[in-house]
Design a protein around this ligand. Structure first.
Ligand code: WT7
Length: 636
């Protein structure tokens, strides 16, 4: 039996088997891939210690499963279709054979630069085919890629390069997103000034001819020139590190989430196939950038593992016209469209008559990811994009989980607007109360902390270089469980609805922003003494950011100071993290022990007059002062 789920009865049957004997179930799944050496033990774990091993003793290389086998059986099938930002530029296609060859040449080039198994390579690239080629070439060599989203600032890039100890950076000269030009190489240069261990900088000439400026730079084309297309895949242990992807948490610097080779591959392939019910040869359009986990798992690895054709889109959904996304669906005959609620809501604002002009008959399934999808957006997506004939899968997961954990299976299990619904086989979600007790299935009200009871193959294995941080962040709060950081509710049939983060993480347009990280950036301004950042509901972005800052003296020109703070955030983190609202306040609501009560700030912003019990505050009068400042601002 290949674990393929095509009926509701299959789902129940698979789920039961996967929970009774996860090892046996996923061994069956894993056997459908090419392994260089079989594993001897499918699963071994001790969750509170952060010890998780799947397919121990097995050896593989994911690129054989993504490329070689398809290049042999279907050499001329497109593996990747690239749609440029500017529709007047031609799109590009790479067949499985061509992609395998390009990957082989780059891998040989990188090997010549000295890149070896276990070395870290940073990618700071736009959505171009070279990003896919570079990721796969690293995988071919067993080098660990760390993709940094091209919207991050030089300081963020430098922090990530240094934390991972990357010795090679692959970047591009520049690119445009919509009508905005991003001088990527200049940004990279600022970062490189403080990254002495980077030995080589490979530059993709995206905007025109590029000449290397110094000894450590090498042009992409020069690196590939004369390289053979064949490159032996490095045999990887199932639990060898595969890639690092940084993500923000509630405290401290971003964490380098570490995924490993075997489990990630199995999970990426399995979840994509079953959630989206794809067949080999289909066209899969995931709009996420490769700089995020969705771009890794469902933009690249998952589609290739399933012999799909993946669409890489460099631009934005509404440029140069409001029907661009629908135009791409039609142009490339996409069968699946997978995007974020924030994009759906932004497109919805432009009116249903725009997608109505595009029949999009190729579409079979629609997906949503990154944040809760509200009922209205769900219906709009279903009616105007799916024309009432495409099931919607609301997929809940995280950078840490590697792939989807809770979702409807398209057309197989029932979908309910705003509900992620049921766990995938192998996933045992539970709701815990404040004391860490499991809320029983028959409890009258089932709302709690969403935790997962036992490991699934795609689970993160560590925080790169800081294993203790992995254990403390995810595995110690509720011993014996993986803690997601989300709150959820559950109905009597076991369906889950995700409510959102219960920690100090804000989800802006599907991007995770740690409030602590943002406060650290704001506090670096010489006049800011202290600050607090909270999320507020926003009709399109899901959540917007509001910052409250205490200054050493009242600002003379608050709008000038606001723009200085915005610039500071752009410099420290990136434009996407700039707060929508900045208030200068005389104090912050703090407990006697010094903890900022962010909950009260959120209530003031919501115009809620009932702040509840404020007796634990050091100085409750500060609340009135803050309220006046917020109200004043609303009137302006
Ligand atoms: C956080 C993870 C999953 C890849 C993209 C984001 C929120 C994600 C959903 C959903 C409600 C969702 C959660 C989660 N989230 N998907 N379908 N419904 N919330 O990955 O940056 O690691 O963020 O996104 O709060 O914890 P990420």
């Amino acid at each position: 039996m290949y674990p393929e789920i095509t009926t509701p009865a299959d789902y129940l049957d698979h789920y039961k088997k996967s929970v009774e004997d996860p090892g046996a179930y996923f061994a069956e799944v894993a056997r459908s891939y090419i392994w260089i050496k079989p594993w001897h033990r499918t699963l071994e774990y001790d969750l509170p210690q952060g010890f998780i091993r799947w397919f121990d003793g097995g050896q593989l290389n994911i690129t054989q499963n993504c490329l070689d086998r398809h290049a042999l059986s279907h050499p001329d099938q497109p593996a990747l279709i690239w749609e440029p930002n500017d529709p007047s530029e031609s799109s590009r296609q790479l067949t499985y054979r061509e992609l395998l060859e390009a990957v082989g040449r780059l891998a040989n080039g990188l090997r010549q630069l000295g890149v070896r198994k276990g070395d870290r390579v940073c990618l700071y690239l736009p959505m171009i085919p070279e990003a896919a080629i570079a990721m796969l070439a690293c995988a071919r060599l067993g080098a660990i890629h760390s993709v940094v989203f091209a919207g991050f600032s030089p300081e963020s890039l430098a922090d990530r390069i240094n934390d991972a100890g990357c010795t090679v950076l692959i970047t591009a000269d520049g690119f445009s997103r919509g009508d905005k030009f991003i001088p990527l190489k200049e940004l990279a240069n600022q970062a490189l000034a403080v990254c002495p261990q980077v030995r080589h900088v490979v530059v993709v000439p995206r905007t025109g001819p590029y000449k290397p400026k110094n000894a450590r730079e090498i042009l992409w084309n020069d690196l590939l020139a004369g390289q053979p297309t064949q490159c032996e895949p490095e045999p990887m242990e199932a639990e060898d590190p595969f890639f690092i992807l940084y993500t923000s948490g509630s405290t401290g610097k971003p964490k380098g989430v570490l995924h490993t080779c075997g489990g990630y591959m199995v999970w990426a392939g399995y979840t994509l196939r079953n959630v989206f019910q794809t067949r080999p040869g289909e066209i899969f359009f995931c709009t996420a950038d490769v700089g995020w986990i969705t771009g890794h798992t469902y933009g690249l690895y998952g589609p290739l593992l399933n012999r799909l054709t993946t669409i890489f889109f460099e631009g934005v959904p509404t440029w140069p016209h409001s029907g661009r996304l629908w135009e791409i669906v039609e142009k490339h005959q996409a069968n699946v469209l997978y995007t974020a609620p924030t994009a759906i809501r932004a497109l919805e604002m432009l009116g249903g008559d725009i997608p109505d002009q595009y029949p999009m008959t190729s579409l079979r399934v629609l997906g949503s990811v990154g944040e809760p999808i509200n009922t209205e957006a769900w219906h709009w997506y279903y009616t105007h994009v799916g024309k009432g004939r495409c099931p919607i899968v609301d997929t809940w997961w995280q950078t840490e989980t590697g792939g989807i954990l809770i979702s409807t299976l398209a057309g197989v299990t029932p979908s309910v607007p705003a509900w992620a619904t049921l766990p995938l086989p192998g996933v045992q979600p539970v709701l815990l109360d404040d004391k860490g007790h499991e809320i029983p299935l028959d409890a009258p009200s089932s709302q709690g902390y969403l935790c997962i009871k036992s490991p699934w193959p795609g689970m993160m294995r560590s925080v790169f270089g800081h294993h203790q941080r992995f254990v403390e962040t995810y595995l110690r709060r509720f011993p014996g469980y993986y803690f997601t950081g989300d709150g959820a509710i559950r109905d009597s049939r076991g369906n889950f609805r995700i409510i959102g983060r219960v920690d100090d993480v804000v989800n802006v347009s599907g991007h995770r922003i740690g409030t602590g990280e943002l406060e650290d950036a704001i506090n670096q301004h010489p006049t800011v003494v202290e600050s607090a950042v909270v999320g507020v509901p926003h009709p399109i972005k899901g959540e917007a950011l509001a910052a409250f800052a205490i200054c050493s003296e009242p600002p003379l020109d608050s709008s000038a100071l606001r723009s200085e703070l915005r610039d500071l955030v752009i410099q420290k983190i990136g434009r996407f993290a700039v707060p929508d609202f900045i208030y200068f306040v005389p104090g912050l609501p703090k407990t006697r022990s010094g903890k900022i009560m962010r909950r009260l700030l959120r209530k003031i912003l919501a115009g809620d007059s009932d702040l509840g019990d404020t007796t634990s505050l050091l100085d409750p009068t500060v609340l009135d002062a803050i309220r006046k400042i917020v109200e004043q601002d609303c009137k302006n």
